[in-house]
Design a protein around this ligand. Structure first.
Ligand code: IPM
Ligand code: MG
Length: 356
């Protein structure tokens, strides 16, 4: 199969980790007889420096016309003082919105080889953590009206958090369908004791639940979820939640696995076009040093093969290769353990490539 992939390497460690994922994709193409063509587009701070905007219209078109998009990370202290309209993050939000990427899947899996890296006690981690956060990605407070105005002699800032029924229903259906393919348990996370958006969320989730009788649906408040993720993380299978709750909870969940550098994500639309990225940021403090962990990006490339290209064996091959690298004791600095082989970002990529 021939596929066009638009590559947004971005800032900081973005280019280093994306280069490793591309090495892996090329090996998969070789081995399984596919052709992957890459179009590179600047995004984030590097685009601000070159063009004065975090993504150009032409760049956006190249994302829309691709078969899928691979992203590294955007942002860094250099661009922190940019006006809100041209901040690096703005480009990320614009791509999500313009490509209609409403469903963000963030799997949180503790690899058994890294059990010691989890900050939680063995008694809590049990036989391993394997949960999936389904985050709504194009609605809520991220995209509602924003303003800062002067009222009675002082500044007042407002961010509106709107959700319509159809937005809730479509993310709900993705979550139920994903739960059907996993442990058939879905926790819907909200703040229905306070927010109207959450009350509509809850009502909608229960309405569509009738279509998925095999899935056990439960409601859980977001503050309690934050606590339960630490207290008893293995109780969860799939969690579904709105945009900002999902942002916060997915960072929390990622830590359970020892390193945020391990975590991939997929942002899906109603077509096969998706964007795939590690959930970590651009880590400017280690940029250019070839010491970042490329596994989150490599596993994101595996998700691309599975969700956008329907290449299941190929995705499995990447995941098995990552697993073997960990089994064989290869570790980047962030997951280094005694007795293991410390390797650079590019060395980790090479090991994974040779395992495929
Ligand atoms: C994420 C990030 C983004 C978000 C930022 C960079 C805008 O934190 O993907 O989780 O808040 O969605
Ligand atoms: Mg985040």
């Amino acid at each position: 199969m021939k596929k066009n992939i638009t590559v947004l390497s971005g800032d900081g460690i973005g280019p280093e980790i994306v280069a490793e994922a591309i090495k892996v994709l090329n090996k998969v193409a070789d081995k399984f007889g596919h052709e992957f063509e890459y179009t590179y587009v600047d995004i984030g701070g590097c685009a601000i420096d070159k063009y004065g905007v975090p993504i150009t219209e032409e760049g956006m078109e190249k994302c829309k016309s691709a078969d899928s998009v691979l992203l590294g990370a955007v942002g860094g202290p250099k661009w922190d003082s940019c006006p809100p309209a041209i901040r690096p993050e703005k480009a990320l939000l614009a791509v999500r919105k313009e490509l209609g990427l409403f469903a963000n899947l963030r799997p949180t899996k503790l690899f058994p080889q890294l059990a010691d890296a989890s900050p939680l006690k063995q008694s809590i981690v049990g036989n391993g953590i394997d949960l999936l956060i389904v985050r709504e990605l194009t609605g809520g407070v991220y995209f509602g009206e924003k303003k800062t105005e002067e009222v009675n002699g002082e500044l007042v800032a407002t961010d509106i958090m709107p959700y319509s029924e159809h937005e809730i229903e479509r993310i709900g259906r993705v979550a139920f369908e994903t739960a059907m393919k996993r442990g058939k348990r879905l926790a819907s996370v909200d703040k229905a004791n306070v927010l109207d958006t959450s009350r509509l969320w809850r009502k909608t989730m229960h309405r569509i639940a009738d279509d998925y009788p095999e899935v056990e649906l439960s409601d859980i408040l977001v503050d309690n979820t934050a606590m339960q993720l630490i207290k008893n993380p293995t109780q969860f299978d799939v969690l579904v939640t709105e945009n900002m709750f999902g942002d916060i909870l997915s960072d929390e969940a990622s830590m359970l696995t020892g390193s945020i550098g391990m975590m991939p994500s997929a942002s899906l639309s109603s077509t096969t076009l998706g964007m795939y990225e590690p959930i970590h940021g651009s880590a400017p403090d280690i940029a250019g040093m070839n010491i970042a962990n490329p596994i989150g990006t490599i596993l994101s490339a595996a998700m691309m093969l599975r969700y956008s290209f329907d290449m299941m064996d190929e995705a499995d091959a990447i995941e098995a290769a990552v697993n073997k690298a960990l089994d064989d004791g290869y570790r980047t600095g962030d997951i280094m353990q005694e007795g293991c082989k410390k390797c650079l970002c590019s060395e980790m990529g090479d090991v994974i490539v040779s395992n495929i």
